[in-house]
Every structure is written in C-alpha cells, then in structure tokens.
Design a protein around this ligand. Structure first.
Ligand SMILES: [Zn+2]
Length: 217
C-alpha cells in the first residue's frame, strides 16, 4: 500500500514544520503588535494570503512550514522597512510568549511554586532547557544549549526564522524577542541581554543567540 500520509502533512517540498498551534501563536503575536490590518498587509507581502482571517487551528499537526515563518519576516520588513521591521519583529517575538504559554504552558512545567522558589541561575538553567525541549519535542526546529560561566548559548540548528534567507547581519529577531520575554518570565521580572551573534542566513552553521546570565540593571 502506498503511504499517502506524507503527502497530506508535507505540502509542497518543504521538509520542516512547526505545529499548527505554534503558527497560530506567531500570527496572534503579530496581530497584537501590528493590528488586524497590519497582519493582513504582511501576509499579502509574504505571499501568504491563505492565512488572512484564517489562522492555523489549535492542534499539534506539523503543517506550518518553516518557509512560511521566514516569509513572515520578509513581509514584515517589506511592509515597514528593514529597520522598523526588525524592531517590530522583536516586539512580535515578545508578544508571542503570552500566547505560547497559553498553548504550551502545561508542557513547560515552569509554573509551580517550587520553580518560583529556585535560585535565579537554576531558574535560568531549567527554564532554558524546558524551552529548548519544547522546540525539540514539538517542532522540527532543533535547539542545542551550551553554557559557560557568563553566558548561555542558544544554538538553533535548523532555524525556521531565517529559513532559506540570506542576510548581511543576523536576522532571527523573532527568536530573540521570544527568548527575551521568556527569560523575563522565567526569572520573575528581570531583563537579560539577548543577542544573536551567528545566523544561518549569514553563512554560519547555526543561529546562535547569546544570553548574558547576569540580569541588567
Ligand atoms: Zn535563524
């Protein structure tokens, strides 16, 4: 018997996917920052009118292809210009956390009192590992963590944000914004410096986001 399942979950030639509900989280975060008409403009420019007034459903099916995620960034930069687009992508990433927690909060296991009482560095370690596991377990994105005394290195191997893009400078602002807000939440309200130092779109082998373990201020 021919297996037709692959065809239904792999539209076109795209090999890697986010689950529908994560695509939905991105579009909801985008709508919070840009408003409804802003999202529509971006979706048109991104060549993704299919999602206008029809966001992906709340389910775990791996149907939101990586190139749609990178195209959303392209649309954002097209609609607002590269500079403003970058700032907006960071804000969209931050806004995504709230919707992401609504969807994936129970899977993360970071909400109980025992976690809240842990020392800051343990929270950062456990929190970053839980977020990495979320991507590794529920999406085709791969995250590898490294740590030294000063920094946490969030290596995205197979990155949807810059998928099939080429850029002069690291461009995975959505991921940076999301991590920034995730660390704020995990730490109970502290800001950390988060910067993307390497990017597949610039020819690097992975997108590396460096997190300073010492909070700012
Ligand atoms: Zn990337």
């Amino acid at each position: 018997m021919e297996n037709l399942t692959d065809l239904s979950v792999n539209p076109g030639k795209q090999p890697y996917f986010y689950p529908n509900r994560m695509g939905r989280v991105i579009l909801l975060g985008m709508e919070e920052i840009l408003g409804h008409s802003g999202v529509n403009a971006v979706l048109n420019l991104a060549n993704l009118p299919v999602y206008i007034n029809d966001y992906p459903p709340y389910n775990q099916d791996l149907c939101f292809p990586f190139n749609h995620i990178s195209q959303l960034q392209v649309g954002l930069e097209g609609a607002y210009g590269p500079r403003a687009g970058r700032g907006l992508a960071l804000r969209v990433g931050r806004a995504c956390l709230k919707y992401g927690l609504r969807e994936f909060g129970p899977e993360l296991g970071l909400t109980d009192l025992a976690f809240r009482l842990l020392p800051l560095q343990t929270k950062l370690k456990n929190g970053s590992e839980a977020f990495a596991a979320l991507f590794n377990n529920f999406t085709d994105q791969r995250v590898r963590l490294e740590r030294d005394e000063k920094y946490i290195y969030w290596h995205i191997e197979r990155c949807p944000v810059c998928w099939e893009r080429q850029a002069e400078a690291p461009c995975c602002h959505l991921a940076v914004g999301l991590l920034h807000e995730a660390l704020y939440w995990v730490s109970g309200g502290k800001y950390f410096e988060v910067e993307e130092k390497k990017c597949v779109a610039c020819g690097d082998s992975a997108c590396t986001i460096v997190i300073d373990r010492t909070p700012m201020g």
